[in-house]
Structure formats: C-alpha cells, structure tokens
Ligand binder design. Structure first.
Ligand code: DDH
Length: 281
C-alpha cells in the first residue's frame, strides 16, 4: 500500500527465479502455479474463493491433492516475506507469479496490491474447485465459467503450460509440455497442433499423451483444446501470433489474480463474505 516499496519486493522475487538446484533450473513455473491455484478457487455465484486471504495457508486447502507440490513455491517465497513482513501472503503469492512470468520472458501482467491475510478458516473454499487433468472440454468449461472466464480466456490461460512440468509424485502425470520449459512463449500451442500425440499409460498407470520421441507430454485436458472446435480456434490464433497470445494471456492472468478481490475505500480488500454467500458454501 502507500509507502511500501513493491519494486523492492519484485527485485527480490526476480533473484530467486533462477535456481540450479530445483527442477529445470527455475522456481518460476511452480511460482506461477501457486498464483494460479491460490486464485482459481473463485466462484462467481457466491463470491467465495480467490487469492484474497491466502487461504492455502490452512491445511484444508493446502492438503487438496490439486495443490501437491505447491509447498515448494510457498517455501521459496518465505525468505521474501521475512524480509518484507508488511506484504500480505496473498499479495506476495500473486506477485510471485507475475514476476516469474516476466522473468521467464513472458508478458508484463498488471498487478495491484491490497489483498489481506487476516481471515479465519471459515473463509477457506471447499476442496475440488481446481481442474482435473484426466477430464475433457465440458469439465474445463464448468470450472472456468464458474470463475467467470470465456473460451478465449480459457485457452489463453492454458498457455501457461508452456512452463514447467508434471511431477509423478505430485499429480500422477509425468514430463514437460515443451523442450524449454523455463522460457515463456507460444510453443505449447504450436506443439498441440503440429506434433503427433499418442495416448498411453504413464509409469503410474494414468493416461496421458506422448510425443513420438516420448520426451514431451500433453494432459487429456490439454488435448481437448484441439479436439473441441470452439477452443481450437483460439489455439490456432495463439500458435500463429505470439504477441496476440501474450496480450490475451496478460489480461486473463491479471483478471485471474483479481478474482474475489474487492477493495474498500482505503484500497484494502474487504475481509468478509456476506452471510448469504456463507450460507451457500
Ligand atoms: Fe496447470 N497443471 N493445469 N495450469 N500448471 C500442472 C502444472 C502446471 C492443469 C493441470 C496441471 C493451468 C491449467 C491447468 C501451470 C499453470 C497453469 C500439472 C502438473 C497438472 C496436472 C503438476 C505437477 O505434477 O507438478 C489442468 C487440468 C488445467 C486446466 O485448465 C484444465 C492454468 C490456467 C495455469 C496458469 O498458470 C494460468 C504451471 C505453470 C505448471 C507447472 C508447475 C511446475 O511445477 O512445473
């Protein structure tokens, strides 16, 4: 908020993104995933969920199996929270994703402070609000329409799978989507359209899609972006035009991290749901 040096926080986050000892040499992808999962619990009908409150600090939410592995991201950010104790976790986790995207060559994503942490555990959204990778287009739509996104925004956001990898012990899926998973661009969309994808069971018995050399992967949900004609239109546009993808991704990610964040007159997010929203949870 006023008087706080967010640029200094950003500079510290930027420093922790390259990391030779972690995964593919970067903490960036898991930081992006933390920002997304902290925000993607939003339900527009009840106004519940979303990044405000950093409710993944509570066991109910951190133990949702969809959030396996995100403890790494939370731990990477902890020394920054210690250095700048005035920043809320909810601001730090969302800013972490935004800085990581830019540090990996992605677009600048507009970010605003003001999220607050002092909420009780009744604020924690129920488990099961994040997408299940073994499903298809209808499931993706039901999850993202609940947050208030349209098909174009869904496909743009899915382009985040240009980053990082699946870890068998976290999700039951294995491997990266692209050859250079710490650089943000539109390769994911090009590969979705132009590589040969073969469905087979991974070493854990879960079905995923493999490239012909077996080095790259797609989740069943990723493949539904090319088999569903309405999603495919956007995959084709983003594969052809990186700048267009970057623009749409930036706007959609900015919207994602603002879901449920309603600021009061002093710029701080309001802490309470209405009793009506509570009752509908
Ligand atoms: Fe994702 N994602 N994601 N994802 N995601 C995984 C990894 C990463 C789904 C499933 C998985 C988005 C959408 C979907 C990132 C960002 C985003 C993994 C592997 C699974 C499974 C986790 C692991 O094993 O470590 C599904 C299903 C969807 C869907 O839309 C249907 C979105 C919208 C984003 C975003 O950021 C906007 C990133 C980054 C990763 C890589 C994490 C890492 O540690 O590396």
């Amino acid at each position: 908020m006023a008087g706080h040096d967010y640029e200094a926080v950003k500079a510290e986050i930027k420093k922790i993104v390259p990391n030779d000892e972690y995964d593919d040499g970067s903490t960036g992808p898991v930081l992006v995933r933390l920002a997304w999962h902290a925000s993607g619990t939003y339900d527009k009908e009840t106004g519940t969920g979303g990044s405000n409150g950093a409710t993944m600090r509570y066991k109910i939410e951190s133990s949702d199996s969809a959030n396996n592995g995100l403890e790494h991201a939370r731990k990477f950010l902890e020394p920054i929270k210690e250095k700048f104790p005035w920043i809320s976790y909810s601001d730090l986790w969302t800013l972490g994703g935004v800085v990581a995207i830019e540090a990996m060559g992605g677009p600048v994503v507009p970010w605003k402070p003001g999220r607050v942490d002092d909420v009780d555990d009744k604020y924690v959204p129920p488990n099961g609000r994040l997408p299940d990778a073994s499903q298809g287009a209808a499931h993706i739509r039901s999850i993202f329409y609940r947050m208030g996104f349209n098909d174009q925004e869904i496909v743009a956001l899915s382009g985040a799978h240009n980053l990082g990898r699946c870890h068998g012990d976290r999700s039951g899926f294995e491997g990266p989507w692209v050859p250079n998973p710490t650089r943000f661009n539109n390769t994911y969309f090009k590969l979705l359209l132009h590589a040969e994808w073969v469905k087979s069971k991974n070493s854990l018995g879960n079905e995923q899609f493999y490239s012909d050399d077996g080095e790259l992967m797609m989740l069943p949900t990723d493949m539904s972006l090319v088999t569903d004609p309405k999603f495919r239109v956007w995959v084709e546009k983003y594969a052809k035009d990186k700048d267009f993808f970057f623009n749409d991704f930036s706007a959609a990610f900015a919207k994602l991290i603002e879901l449920g964040v309603t600021r009061g007159p002093e710029g701080l997010a309001l802490r309470k749901y209405s009793t009506v929203a509570r009752a509908r949870l």
